[in-house]
Design a protein around this ligand. Structure first.
Ligand code: GLP
Length: 252
């Protein structure tokens, strides 16, 4: 696992965009995360696209997760969010941006279909991840099987609370999602996990330096062959081995 510590969230976004840019000539299948953290990276990639530096033609994208019960049209569905934050501003065909169908009658079927679609596409080449304050990735909450596949999960009350800011007052915040499993995420060839701000510092420390445990789902990345964790100084605040990470980054 590689840990890169950048000055601030803007520098995290540039670093992440640099790595994704390296993949572009291969027309990669991108694994996209929603949440606020990757938005700056998406903006950076949009700028590079607009300046003619990169093109996403031929790329495909798979989202990590989707709320259960929200139709595609809902402004807070991840289907809409990723289009608003990223894909509608770049040259990726809309039908090539995939997400689980959280509004399906048969959610188990929708989850299995999504897992199969990722496999049929040849898997994800580069997966972008954020991290929840409790160490979740996608919507794999603490206790998730480390080898889980795409399925319906109940959100943790803390996650419901964290996400309430995106919903109108009085509107019900979804309590369930369809999410790629930890086993699904682990199949991605390259993983980039981004974390910014002091609120994420305990989760980052647990992910990188704690035991591999379902209690911190992101810690499964310690088993991944090519995971890069990019954090700002605030999110790095609780790392014990920080001197080594800085040294290793300077001597890559
Ligand atoms: C949600 C998403 C995760 C995301 C997390 C953190 O729970 N399902 O993919 O990583 O939020 O979001 P933020 O980046 O806004 O802190």
């Amino acid at each position: 696992m590689e840990l890169l510590i950048e000055k601030d969230s803007a520098a995290v976004a540039v670093r992440a965009a640099d790595i994704i840019t390296e993949f572009i000539p291969e027309q990669p299948t991108l694994g996209l995360a929603t949440g606020s953290t990757p938005v700056e990276t998406y903006r950076e990639l949009i700028q590079r696209y607009e300046s003619g530096e990169i093109s996403f033609a031929g790329c495909r994208a798979f989202l990590l997760d989707e709320y259960v019960g929200l139709p595609h049209e809902h402004v807070q569905s991840y289907y809409q969010t990723i289009r608003r934050d990223f894909t509608r501003a770049i040259d990726i065909a809309d039908e090539d941006v995939h997400s689980p169908n959280g509004a399906a009658d048969d959610l188990a079927r929708a989850a299995a279909d999504y897992e199969a679609a990722i496999e049929e596409a040849g898997g994800v080449d580069v997966q972008i991840l954020g991290i929840g304050t409790n160490g979740h990735i996608g919507f794999n909450e603490p206790g998730s099987s480390l080898s889980s596949l795409t399925r319906k999960k109940a959100l943790h009350p803390q996650t419901v609370q964290d996400n309430a800011r995106f919903f109108a007052e009085g509107e019900e915040v979804p309590r369930q999602a369809i999410t790629q499993g930890l086993g699904t995420i682990m199949r991605a060839r390259r993983i980039l996990l981004l974390a910014t701000g002091a609120k994420k510092a305990p989760a980052v420390a647990a992910l990188a330096e704690g035991p591999v445990s379902a209690f911190c789902p992101a810690s499964v990345l310690q088993w991944h062959r090519y995971a890069t964790i990019i954090v700002d100084e605030a999110a790095a605040g609780e790392l014990k081995n920080i001197e080594y990470y800085r040294f290793a980054a300077a001597n890559r």
